[in-house]
Design a protein around this ligand. Structure first.
Ligand SMILES: Cc1ncc(C[n+]2csc(CCOP(=O)(O)OP(=O)(O)O)c2C)c(N)n1
Ligand SMILES: [Mg+2]
Length: 414
């Protein structure tokens, strides 16, 4: 057996994977083969999983270097919808940037942005039906924005002020909006797949053709609950899409500690007998297309699909993180699959009546929208200036008051 790692000069057989580059090193993405757009064949949605076994090792891409879609995975989507996707991705970025700053100004205790992953909140929100349900991660505020959830309500939740729609029950950014198809965010990573599969099974039991979509991160696939959920999803052919956001990092832990680098996250689907797709997560059209494919399968009784969205977390994990301590400063800007917003803009410029002038205009409109909502929420109160009545924190969770709730109320003298 080869000696693989050394520790304090003493060679050891024990292997601990290391990322290709650390702070001060030149970013190195040479181990990532990036195939040209349009190469992967699109199988029928009714195809049997045994005929789909190559897919987890491909990378589905549609937009080429000039922003022109190529190949069989091009979605049949009107330009007005592409424009809508683009606008909401831009809104997500503006919202994130301003709220990150608001945390630095002490207006909230915590914030977490989705920079570089905007397509993965917005596109599923638009591609799926209003009656489907998303079991999101904390990096998918774009789902809510694209469904018209009021910005000021989001900010009230982040400020935990008097008008916080969740009345102080959740940490900032852990939104919950059932009427918008957005299941309560859970701070415990790894819960999403189990919840999504259970919800989907219940829908199938009731003969509905609604489907669930669940998301977890690359790091979270190392949790046991990932495998439990896949077992249920595959055994019961649950109408569910299971999305892994492989953004290369789990806080400061690189992707190679969550899965062996000789395989892909999508390939985990193989042992469960379900299709596993791997898609360029920074190509909004490819993302739309694979979601349509998997949704069609789920609605027609062909069961679950696992999708690895291959992307890069180009910002910090959260306001509590400093990525310069564990990865090269310029790694994000050198990500070989580019920026999802820039790539879709390039597509719009190449393909329609879109222009730089119209783009400037829309950025201004979106910016104003966020600024005004922020001001309105600030009037209600930033962190600590106003808060919901503490009693409300205990309401709306249990149908009948649990003994713990009663004890906690007593502790508070209520
Ligand atoms: C069960 C559980 N363990 C640990 C944490 C702390 N934690 C929060 S986010 C995170 C990293 C998750 O990384 P990944 O799954 O790759 O998602 P990403 O943040 O990159 O989208 C960890 C360890 C948690 N919230 N819940
Ligand atoms: Mg991650």
């Amino acid at each position: 057996m080869p000696v693989l790692n050394s520790d304090n000069g003493r060679d050891k057989r024990f292997f601990v994977p290391e990322p290709k580059a650390r702070p001060g090193d030149t970013p190195n993405f040479s181990q990532l083969p990036i195939p040209p757009a349009g190469l992967v064949a699109r199988p029928q949605t009714s195809a049997s999983p045994e005929n789909l076994r190559d897919l987890p090792f491909e990378l589905i891409r549609t937009l080429n270097e000039d922003g022109i879609p190529e190949g069989e995975w091009q979605p049949d989507v009107p330009n007005s919808i592409v424009l809508k996707i683009y606008e909401y991705m831009c809104l997500t970025r503006i919202f994130d940037t301003k709220m990150f700053r608001a945390q630095r100004q002490g207006k909230t205790s915590f914030f977490l942005a989705s920079r570089g992953e905007e397509a993965l909140g917005v596109v599923p929100s638009i591609a799926l039906r209003a009656s489907d349900m998303c079991f999101p991660t904390y990096r998918q505020v774009g789902w809510l924005l694209a469904r018209g959830y009021p910005l000021v309500k989001l900010i009230n939740q982040i400020f935990n002020n008097n008008d916080d729609p969740l009345k102080g029950k959740q940490l900032p950014v852990l939104y919950s909006a059932r009427d918008f198809g957005f299941y309560s965010l859970s701070g415990n990573v790894g819960t999403r797949f189990g919840h999504a599969v259970g919800w989907a099974m219940a829908k199938a039991y009731r003969n509905s053709d609604d489907i669930a979509i669940g998301f977890i991160g690359d790091g979270t696939t190392a949790e046991g609950s990932f495998h439990e959920a896949l077992t249920f999803a595959s055994v019961y052919k649950a109408p569910v899409i299971l999305g892994i956001t492989n953004n290369q990092w789990a806080i400061s832990t690189f992707t190679g500690l969550a899965t062996n680098q000789d395989t892909t996250f999508a390939s985990k689907a193989l042992s469960y007998g379900i299709p596993g797709l791997r898609v360029d997560g920074n190509d909004a059209l490819a993302v739309y297309s694979v979601l349509e494919w998997a949704a069609d399968r789920a609605r027609h009784g062909h069961g679950a699909t696992l999708i690895e969205f291959f992307t890069y977390r180009s910002g910090a994990h959260s306001t509590s993180d400093d990525p310069e301590r564990y990865r090269p400063k310029d790694e994000a800007s050198l990500w070989p699959l580019g920026d999802p917003i820039e790539r879709l803009k390039q597509h719009l410029l190449a393909n329609s009546e879109w222009s730089e002038e119209r783009d400037d205009e829309i950025q201004k409109v979106l910016d104003k929208q966020v600024t005004e909502s922020l001001k309105e929420a600030e009037r209600i109160g930033v962190l600590g200036e106003s808060k919901p009545d503490v009693r409300e924190m205990f309401e709306g969770v249990f149908k009948e008051q649990d003994w713990r709730v009663k004890e906690q109320l007593k502790e508070l003298g209520l």
